[in-house]
Design a protein around this ligand. Sequence first.
Ligand SMILES: Nc1nc2c(c(=O)[nH]1)N[C@H]1C(S)=C(S)[C@@H](COP(=O)(O)OP(=O)(O)OC[C@H]3O[C@@H](n4cnc5c(=O)[nH]c(N)nc54)[C@H](O)[C@@H]3O)O[C@H]1N2
Ligand SMILES: Nc1nc2c(c(=O)[nH]1)N[C@H]1C(S)=C(S)[C@@H](COP(=O)(O)OP(=O)(O)OC[C@H]3O[C@@H](n4cnc5c(=O)[nH]c(N)nc54)[C@H](O)[C@@H]3O)O[C@H]1N2
Ligand SMILES: [Mo]
Length: 667
Amino acid sequence: MFHQDNYQVTRHICPRNCYDSCPMLAYTTGGRIEKITGDNSVPGASSHLCAKGEQILAQVYHPKRILYPMRQKKRGSGRWHRISWTEAFDLIAQKIISLKERYGSTLPLCLNKYSGNFGLLHYAPEGLFNSLGPTTQVCGTPCFSSGIDAQRLDFGGNKTMPIEQLRYARLIILWGVNPAWTSIHTMTAIYNAKQQGAKVIVIDPVYTETAHKADYYIQLRPGSDTALAILLLQILDKRQALHVDEQHVLGAQPLLMSIRKARQAELLAAVDQPLATVEFLAGLIADSQPMHIWCGFGLQRHIHGGLTIRLIDVLSLLTGNIGLPGGGVNFADTGMWDFPQPIIGRRPDTRFININNFAHELQQLTDPPVKFLWVACRDPLRQDMALRDLRAAWQDLELVVTADKFMTKTAQMSDIFLPVTTEFESLDVFGGYFRHFLGINEPAIPPRGDALSDLEIARRLAVRLNDLAPGTSNFPVHKNESELLDEELPPELCQQMGLHSWHDLYQKPALFPHAEIPWQDHSFAHTDGKFHCCELPADLRPLLPSSAFPFHLITPHVQSYINGQNHTKLESASIYPVVYIHPQPARERGLTNNHPAIMENEYGSLTVTIKFCSDLASDILLSAQGTSRHGGLNVLNPGRPTDLGSLSTGAPGVAIYDVFVNIRTLS
Ligand SMILES: Nc1nc2c(c(=O)[nH]1)N[C@H]1C(S)=C(S)[C@@H](COP(=O)(O)OP(=O)(O)OC[C@H]3O[C@@H](n4cnc5c(=O)[nH]c(N)nc54)[C@H](O)[C@@H]3O)O[C@H]1N2
Ligand SMILES: Nc1nc2c(c(=O)[nH]1)N[C@H]1C(S)=C(S)[C@@H](COP(=O)(O)OP(=O)(O)OC[C@H]3O[C@@H](n4cnc5c(=O)[nH]c(N)nc54)[C@H](O)[C@@H]3O)O[C@H]1N2
Ligand SMILES: [Mo]
């Protein structure tokens, strides 16, 4: 903290699930935060925040933020009344103890938590659950696990190059990523690279804002990137533009043999592109080094998502781009995963269920069933797959507790609401998964209302549990934030980041350990030191629309807020999801611009509002996730598993964009 003019200035870092993980400064006067800016005191950070950054302050003071614990008479009734923390903890503790007695097990207790705040101390709910005994918890991630596994299988690990390196790139391929919306600071680096002469290509079924800014745009069929990557490898192989360094690469020849055998006509049909387009792209790749490919998370939200990334890694390697400044393939950096995270208190007997298949796995658990659900940092009843089944599974839960800042869809179907602090009201440390920023969130203001941090909630509940039934929890209730951070960030780790201790983060943010040029010496992280090429499975066909459900439904991430977190904008949000459609198929179905329609498939149906968009392919419907007041897009989403993900996260990824629907008029 320091003082500037009349302000107390505190250091922060946006702890959301986002590529950019922006360091921030909060300016407080008279006990109220007046403004929040980017903190550019660490190299690469910006003084500007994104559109969602502007929502951050609005969230702290929004009139709809819930500041007191509450209890609901009947789930979904909206008949909430304020209770004290003592009452809340009593109700929860009694339930936990009685379930433990009834089932002779703590497995009926389930935690569903993910990415509302990825701060190190925000893993306290996991710690609390693990302190009770073996419980049921979610594993896996909807974001990026297929790609994480893919790169781990190829390189042996996951590293991103700092985006400033983009200035050395001659060709930048933005493949299934829309940074103009989801990572605006990378756009600045891309514009800089363009100014230095780099060409930018966007490959995306949707003509995104990023595509508008690119030199070239390829509108391919969703899920057909595997075919495109094979085509490119085929063409480059014929041109003798691929080079295999046997000393550092395993399995290249068998892969190339399969690639040579693949039928070009079938591949071209899959991508729905003329050969000339693919040849043009291959030509650019052959002639432009360094080439940088950014594989987005959107790219791998298809059943072959992992394989797609593996083939793109091979493309980059065999064209000699891995290890060059500005070259290589960025996806995600798991450097923060190497932190010890003792607060979690991991145990071998946790019953993990797939976060991407939560509804079905919940329904299948019988021995013992889940009866108590604690939701934190998530809104599954808006964002999860198989939403209809999740709503059904919910009925069997005896007590649902949601810890959040706002009355989310999930909170509306809970029995108890626990109000949590924002990143301006409690101490924590956080690091990203794409940029390498590590920063502190120091309290700028005291907790608003009765809000408590997730950590403080865990501590107080543990105390109450032990009052009622001694020995129920061994959560470290006597350690304060500072002591816990000492354990999270031990001296060896701090040393690697050039810090004496995490307290240095009060002075300025840092960078967690990372490579400037990943895999520069071609010494890969597998035990044999080699890059491991994938094999081509026999069946590579992407899922395609059918006559009953002739549209791909793509539901990407939106610009001005994150995921379903449109809390501060809900008032102005549309009631029904807005679905974009090309005017021609719309007219064929008698649909009118700006009018309601029914979108449906074998899993469900929902009312949407139609908007015409002539940029779209005629078999694609587009609707940004989380934008409407009613929500519900994911009733149509079965949550098909992707090919990879389990290796690193314990569960496969989810093919969020392999969804097929029909659309019709209301009557
Ligand atoms: N503003 C904002 N920023 C965010 C988020 C947010 O909600 N809002 N969410 C955060 C989170 S949790 C995540 S996971 C990331 C996601 O960030 P991104 O990786 O940018 O994610 P998506 O929006 O899922 O998809 C990106 C693009 O992939 C395209 N795409 C879909 N299918 C295919 C395909 O088959 N092939 C190709 N080539 N492209 C395809 C989509 O049309 C979309 O334009 O962003 C993070 N940052
Ligand atoms: N159709 C469709 N569905 C999708 C996706 C898609 O692209 N299309 N994307 C998927 C992806 S990649 C993701 S990551 C998920 C995201 O979906 P969710 O995992 O549900 O995440 P959010 O919508 O970001 O909600 C996080 C919640 O955490 C709360 N929160 C914020 N800070 C804190 C805190 O400190 N403590 C607590 N207890 N709560 C806090 C926020 O208020 C918010 O309500 O959605 C998935 N669902
Ligand atoms: Mo995500």
